[in-house]
Write a protein that binds this ligand. Structure first.
Ligand code: AGP
Length: 612
């Protein structure tokens, strides 16, 4: 059975990108599509485009390589953004199939067909070859264009829009969601969902229906939605007054889907005066810790004696960090698994274990597939997410929301501290003094000038290592990841005891080691590692607590050779990770800013990693 599940996961392939579409009996300002795309940019931002049907039934289409802002500027410079239409679609891309070019950006067209697509079509080459033989010409090299051509071809051989769409779906293999419009049939919008997310939003007056990868794309005021299930065909039809969405399975049997009420679409998200979302989100960290801990601590999971955390990236580091405390203070056996590895191994699963899937987005494909695998074997699953409507929240037996609020910056910051605080609340409800922790996290923000000074020194290094022991090591991993993501400097993390087992060979005058060494039970061991680095001419940055100043200054080698000593507030092992987390977030931010990087949208990344 397990092999079947793994095969199923492999077959699902990779999916990314964001789509949005509307069909309305009112005329809608098409600039709304651009605003929706801005909110979907977390799904990819290498190119984007919109299309809508004009009053004369022609299709307006505009695409751009780069950010949604580039597309907005392009449209503004070439005519009005404020055009009205009854039907429109938009897309923001993270390239999987075909390089980043205008031709490969969505929407894709053929004849009167225009569509946006999120996912991959595995058999597109074969279909393309048949279409080429049938005389169709291609302008780009994506699998998506093949879908447009196939529907158009089906129409040209006499099928209605709906039948052409259905016939196309029956030929496509892969994991994808799709929204198609046809200027010959402007009162219809056809959608399909398989693995890649698709949600249908319904306006209160039932005069407009939206389709999108995420409810974030819906305009403010959309309170009702339907989460499409895999293999749903959705025919959205306007009779000129109301717009309805009919759901069918692949055998064209009508199906009923539940309507979720009172959803909260994001509407406008602002930077609140901050220069970037990242800086805003770092500033929210201290408030979130208190809020989430107080709210969640009543939902205890403390009766579970065995936990297996499964997550990726920063969410995985939150698991590693938490496991230290669960074992030490709650006597909970806590194992941590990287989702993309876990699902390809043959993990030994246990009945008395709670499998906890941590994901900010709730959409990470590796984590979702690992969850599906554990569930398919009948084990107990729990999700910790920042989006209650996400696939992971819906798939798990139960879930909790970390309540960090929308995290827009691709690099996760506030969600990390919210995940850690949530796990502490779920397993150790009375352990954190959140008032004090919040206050001292703010003190790190107030010390930003010191962090900026350090950032100035760091930008010249090509080799940075973050070093810590036990819980500090989890923060070291988080710090190294943030430094890599934002500055593109190749930073690594090591537990202090491991340096001598190999990594110390890389130490020379060009290495900068950032070492977490507040005065706790690990201090002496960690300082020994720092000494070993200075002895080999490496540069060290020590992050320690204020009361430790006199002690640290006695280490003459460190003091004389150190590039920097930074001080955080005095604390204990329950509070230091919070101070260190906000510190490394701010450090990576400052380094990247000084290097002139786009901190909110680092190169090659996407916020929601829905690829394998
Ligand atoms: C964090 O800064 C990263 N962008 C990334 O590692 C992220 O944490 C990872 O992709 C997991 O995402 P999730 O929490 O949404 O599942």
């Amino acid at each position: 059975m397990q092999n079947d599940i793994i095969k199923m996961c492999l077959d699902w392939g990779c999916i990314m990108c964001g789509i949005v579409a509307f069909l309305s009996s009112n005329k809608v300002n098409t600039s709304n599509l651009l605003e929706s795309l801005s909110r979907l940019e977390y799904r990819g931002y290498d190119s984007c485009g919109i299309a809508y049907i004009n009053d004369d039934n022609s299709i307006y289409i505009r695409k751009s390589v780069g950010y949604v802002q580039d597309l907005k500027n392009d449209i503004a410079n070439n005519g009005s953004r404020d055009t009205l239409s009854h039907v429109g679609i938009g897309h923001t891309r993270w390239a999987t199939n075909g390089p980043v070019t205008i031709e490969n950006a969505h929407p894709h067209t053929s004849g009167n067909i225009c569509l946006v697509h999120n996912g991959i079509i595995e058999n597109y080459e074969e279909i393309k070859n048949n279409l080429v033989e049938a005389g169709m010409c291609f302008y780009g090299n994506t699998d998506t264009e093949v879908i447009a051509k196939l529907i158009d071809h089906n129409k040209k051989i006499g099928m209605s829009f709906f039948n052409a769409f259905k016939a196309c779906i029956s030929k496509l293999q892969g994991s994808y969601s799709l929204v198609v419009i046809d200027s010959d049939t402007p009162n219809q919008m056809l959608c399909y969902k398989n693995v890649a997310p698709l949600v249908i939003g319904i306006s209160d007056d039932s005069r407009s229906i939206y389709a999108a990868s995420d409810i974030l794309a819906f305009p403010q005021g959309i309170k009702r939605c339907i989460y499409a299930e895999d293999q749903d065909i959705i025919q959205v039809v306007s009779d000129g007054n109301t717009v309805s969405a009919n759901f069918f399975d692949r055998n064209m049997k009508n199906i009923e889907r539940n309507i979720s009420q009172d959803i909260e679409s994001a509407g406008e998200i602002h930077k609140d005066g901050f220069e970037d979302y990242m800086l805003k989100e770092i500033h929210e960290e201290s408030g979130i810790v208190k809020h989430v801990y107080d709210k969640i601590k009543h939902k205890s999971l403390a009766h579970h004696r065995k936990i297996c955390f499964v997550a990726c990236g920063t969410s995985y580091y939150a698991a590693v960090l938490s496991s230290y405390y669960l074992e030490k203070y709650a006597s909970v056996q806590a194992r941590c698994e990287i989702a993309s590895e876990f699902r390809y191994r043959s993990p030994i699963m246990e009945r008395d274990c709670l499998y906890v899937f941590i994901s900010q987005s709730g959409e990470t494909l590796d984590t979702l597939y690992a969850l599906k695998m554990v569930k398919a074997h009948g084990y107990n699953t729990f999700a910790l997410v920042n989006n209650s409507h996400s696939a992971i929240a819906r798939e798990a037996d139960s879930y909790s929301n970390v309540m960090a609020g929308p995290e827009i910056c691709v690099a996760s910051t506030k969600a990390f501290v919210a995940q850690f605080a949530s796990l502490m609340a779920l397993f150790m409800p009375e352990k954190l003094d959140t008032n004090n922790i919040s206050k001292n996290m703010d003190a790190v923000l107030q010390n930003n000038n010191d962090i900026k000074t350090l950032a100035d020194k760091i930008i010249s290094y090509k080799n940075i290592v973050f070093i810590g022991k036990c819980y500090h090591y989890a923060i070291a991993m988080e710090g190294a990841l943030k430094m890599k993501e934002l500055s593109y400097i190749n930073a690594q993390a090591y537990c202090s005891g491991e340096m001598k087992h190999g990594p110390i060979a890389t130490v020379d005058k060009d290495l900068c080691a950032i070492i977490f060494a507040p005065k706790d039970e690990f201090f002496d061991k960690t300082i020994t590692t720092a000494e070993e680095i200075t002895a080999r001419k490496g540069n060290v940055v020590i992050i320690t607590n204020k009361s430790n100043k006199e002690i640290i200054e006695q280490y003459s080698n460190i003091k004389s050779q150190s590039s920097h000593i930074s001080y955080i507030s005095d604390g204990d092992e329950m509070s230091y990770p919070f101070y260190e987390a906000i510190y490394v977030h701010l450090l990576a931010y400052n380094v990247a800013k000084k290097m002139g990087k786009n901190v909110d949208k680092p190169r090659n990344l996407a916020k929601s990693v829905t690829v394998e």
